[in-house]
Design a protein around this ligand. Structure first.
Ligand SMILES: Cc1cc2nc3c(=O)[nH]c(=O)nc-3n(C[C@H](O)[C@H](O)[C@H](O)COP(=O)(O)OP(=O)(O)OC[C@H]3O[C@@H](n4cnc5c(N)ncnc54)[C@H](O)[C@@H]3O)c2cc1C
Length: 313
């Protein structure tokens, strides 16, 4: 790839520091444990690193992808011909009174555990969701009656244009209303904005009470979901007036399998990787489930997971 050489010339410091690597298998960076290599894999440790990498990609017209914890993704078997910018090393958590600020790469579990230790309530719902703060804001992640939008106070982000990135003041501040949150939706999906950090507004509560709620939700999750198997969580969005798992089960598709990709025995809204499933097999299971449910019940199932590559959805 020519742009690898251009990248070596443009950002030698980041290469030397190990922040930029080549040909990195993405299956190691997503919860499905599926996916071929990224041409370029970056692990920025600062906003300045992210800005430098984005500037390179945009000016050289090279596609890039922001990767959180990879818990809502199906990555193609041949990988991504792009620069993957992983937020895994963007880690910082701070507290100021009833507000907690978290960088995009902090995991939701760490964030909710930190809030619990600080005696701040509101993030209990997020404890078992295996994503990062950036991915959770992007998706408006939610569970058990709670959603990111309920607790988010404001965010910092980047607008990925050369004008904005070179403006000298590239960080854009978003208030809660600017996020345009909906069911598994946010402005980040439309605007291609890069999330850097968010502040969450929480409510004081006894740490023991918060811990008890978190433990209860964790128990429910482990009881109902295949948490011990590689997956990307609920594959489909909840169709209005229905429960996806029930529709799939009523079609007789519990355990339906192609290769090593199977509808979970435990929760029919999940597809699990039984060992060495490929993205192609997962896609075949998705299409089969969608067609069967449509034929039987007339309900269209829209994917909640992001399907990358040629089948991008
Ligand atoms: C077992 C299991 C259970 C789950 N349960 C739930 C649940 O109860 N509720 C729920 O809502 N979800 C659930 N999920 C799905 C997933 O955890 C959430 O969607 C999560 O918010 C995704 O975060 P992530 O960091 O993994 O994002 P990724 O999967 O890495 O990315 C998702 C999208 O966000 C974008 N993105 C990530 N970070 C940034 C950033 N900093 N700036 C801009 N864009 C960014 C990516 O480009 C991508 O388009 C579950 C998944 C699993 C595997």
């Amino acid at each position: 790839m020519d742009y690898k050489r251009a990248l070596q010339a443009a950002l030698p410091d980041l290469l030397e520091a190990g922040i930029i690597k080549f040909d990195v298998p993405l299956k190691d960076y997503c919860s499905f444990k599926i996916g071929g290599p990224a041409d370029v894999f970056c692990t920025p440790v600062s906003n300045a690193n992210i800005i430098a990498i984005l500037q390179f990609c945009i000016s050289e017209n090279i596609p890039y992808f922001i990767l959180g914890k990879g818990s809502n993704l199906l990555i193609p078997d041949n990988g991504l011909r792009s620069v993957v910018i992983s937020t895994q090393n963007m880690q910082k958590l701070t507290r100021d009174k009833d507000y907690i600020s978290a960088f995009c790469g902090v995991s939701l579990s760490e964030l909710s555990e930190y809030a619990q230790q600080m005696g701040l309530s509101g993030l209990e719902f997020a404890h078992g969701i295996p994503g990062s703060v950036g991915g959770a804001v992007y998706m408006n992640a939610g569970a058990y009656g709670g959603e990111i939008k309920d607790v988010l106070y404001c965010s910092k982000c980047l607008v990925p244009t050369i004008d904005s990135l070179t403006s000298g003041n590239p960080v854009l501040h978003l208030k809660a209303a600017d996020h345009h949150f909906g069911y598994r939706k946010s402005v980040f999906q439309q605007g291609k904005l890069i999330h850097l950090s968010s502040v969450f507004h929480l409510v004081p509560k006894e740490p023991e009470e918060i811990l008890a709620s978190m433990d209860e939700l964790k128990e429910q999750r482990w009881e109902k979901q295949p948490m011990d198997m590689p997956s990307a969580g609920s594959v489909f969005k909840r169709p209005e007036g229905h429960f996806t798992g029930k529709l799939v089960d009523d079609c007789g598709l519990r355990g339906f399998r192609i290769g090593d990709a199977a509808v979970s025995d435990k929760h029919c809204g999940f597809i699990v990787n039984l060992g060495s499933a490929t993205a192609a097999e997962v896609l075949q299971v998705i299409r089969h489930v969608q067609q069967t449910v449509k034929t039987r019940f007339g309900v269209s199932l829209e994917t909640e997971i992001r399907i990358l590559g040629d089948h991008e959805a």
